[in-house]
Ligand binder design. Sequence first.
Ligand code: 13P
Length: 262
Amino acid sequence: MRTPLVVANWKMNGTLAGARGLTAGVLDGLRRPRGVEVVLCPPFTALHVVGELLSGSPIALGAQNCHWESAGAFTGEISPAMLVELGCRYVVLGHSERRKEFGESDEHINRKMHAVLAAGMTPILCVGETAEERRQGLTFATVEGQLRAGLAGLRNAAIGACILAYEPVWAIGTGVNATPAQAAEVHAYLRGRLAEVASKEVAQRVRVLYGGSVKPDNAGALTAEPDIDGALVGGASLNAQGFVTIVKKATHKGVTVLRGDS
Ligand code: 13P
């Protein structure tokens, strides 16, 4: 059984004080999570302080991007080794905002996938179609292309160590989430392609998260779908209480997230 995973992508938000407060709120709400794994991805500038607060807790630290080289003349970039030093275990790669706003190509993303895995971290590879691509019936072709390109050259064992996130671009930050049925259809499709690219066994192991306007009131229905293994949460992860509620809704049924002192 795949343990659900809920990842907070804070994007470019928050001061250090805000990051401390948000982390404290999440830790307070999720002292001993069971049946679910949780990752916080603050901006680079807050990784150190958030990492210190999370240290010794079951909540893991992740980054929102990185470069593929380990060091060198790459002004403004951050290497996988630097993230490892800060305690990061996950890196979000290929987010649509990076693809669109910063011109990241499938080839860039593939290089990053290799580099993150080589550094011993877990990449979270994001794929998703635009509204126009969906209108044109290109949803499956788009996500399949991004998936195959992102995983190119990786061995089965490496693919088995990755996490995928289906984030339809039209659902990100819009308040219009994919319906559970719409998301489940694409998740099942992605799992089918994973079986082709790697193996059936790998496809059954890899967690596929859904992202795009996940909120406390829709997280339960989305993650109840058998092929949806958790959530990648943007805006709603900036509120500790709301994020904690999402985590609880994503937790496997029959397992309780225990709050330490209640
Ligand atoms: P929202 O949850 O704000 O729609 O963002 C989703 C996202 O892009 C997470 O990576």
